[in-house]
Design a protein around this ligand. Structure first.
Ligand code: FES
Length: 306
């Protein structure tokens, strides 16, 4: 379904931890459609910032027509969001992306840092034996209690203040946990470690990739990742994280660090192959050229939080 920007009001907002905010939005249509693992694009009200911020859907409340996002302040855009309260309005677009494929198998739901929020909605939907393995920096274990209502929670913290000291993979090994399918969202090093762990142990592994995004609807190729197979849309070994993902089978995608990704882009073998002409055609047809051309320029700024 074609997505369009809609103006919604904020139902409520609260701070969950330092720099981490939870916002409920009055968005009945989106709440009705949203699936675990999808995201929305949230636009700032500052006209000098045209591009939206992609934020995972943490939870939906279909009965009351609301959806929830939990985000970390990472720059001026998200700082602006954190200043809003009940009744304030925001433009959003969504739900976007494909979401998780739900399997009825013993599952690990693994979230690292700001990759934890989508695990709440996923935990609510999965009707199987499941562990939620959550990785934090320290003892600010936001959402752990809420996820604990739907899954057995295991925590890892980098500073060792709570749970296993180290990463989620350390917690899995320390506790001797086993599963038949993994669903994960978080930073690339965590996803790389899980991909290797899943391959070693023959476990099906679905990962949700995080990337700076521009159009959010598959038009600008500002969010591509490298894949095993040739993509029908771009005819190269790329997939658009916003449209084809953000959830992929781990085996199907190559996980690059931010530096490796910049090198690929500079080498012209990822989104750099598309350039402004392709984007402009799409942009003209949507009569939103400014946004899309800015999207291309923004690609050069990937890795810079805002
Ligand atoms: Fe994914 Fe534009 S942000 S194609």
């Amino acid at each position: 379904m074609a997505q369009k920007k809609v103006n919604v009001t904020i139902h409520s907002q609260e701070k969950l931890a330092e720099g981490i905010y939870s916002m409920w939005l009055n968005a009945p249509e989106m709440a009705k459609e949203a699936k675990p693992g999808q995201f929305i694009a949230v636009y700032t009200n500052d006209s000098s910032r045209l591009l939206p911020r992609p934020i995972s859907i943490c939870e939906t409340d279909k009965e009351n027509g609301r959806l929830r996002i939990v985000y970390r302040i990472a720059g001026a855009g998200t700082l602006e969001f954190s200043g809003y309260g009940a009744g304030d309005a925001l433009n959003i677009m969504g739900p976007l992306g494909n979401g998780f494929t739900l399997k009825n198998k013993k599952a690990f739901l693994i979230g690292g840092g700001i990759g934890i929020p989508p695990m709440l909605e996923l935990a609510k939907h999965l009707e199987c034996e499941k562990y939620a393995i959550l990785g934090y920096r320290d003892s600010a274990t936001f959402l752990a209690d809420e996820i604990g209502k739907y899954a057995e929670v295991v925590i890892a913290s980098e500073d060792g203040s709570v749970g296993t000291k180290g990463k989620v993979i350390d917690a899995i090994r320390e506790k001797g946990l086993k599963a038949d399918v993994i669903y994960a969202c978080g930073p690339t090093p965590m996803l790389k470690a899980l991909k290797a762990y899943a391959a070693e142990n023959g476990i099906e592994c679905w990962i949700s990739l995080e990337e700076k995004m521009a159009c959010g609807i598959g038009a600008c190729l500002g969010c591509v990742c490298h894949t095993k197979e040739v993509d029908e849309h771009s005819n190269v070994r790329n997939k658009r994280i916003c449209k084809d993902g953000p959830v992929f089978l781990a085996d199907d995608v190559e996980l690059l660090s931010a530096d490796e990704q910049r090198e690929r882009i500079a080498g012209g073998c990822m989104c750099g192959t598309v350039k402004e002409s392709a984007v402009k055609n799409t942009a003209d047809s949507r009569n939103t050229a400014g946004v899309y051309l800015d999207a291309v320029k923004n690609t050069a700024n990937r890795g810079k939080e805002d």
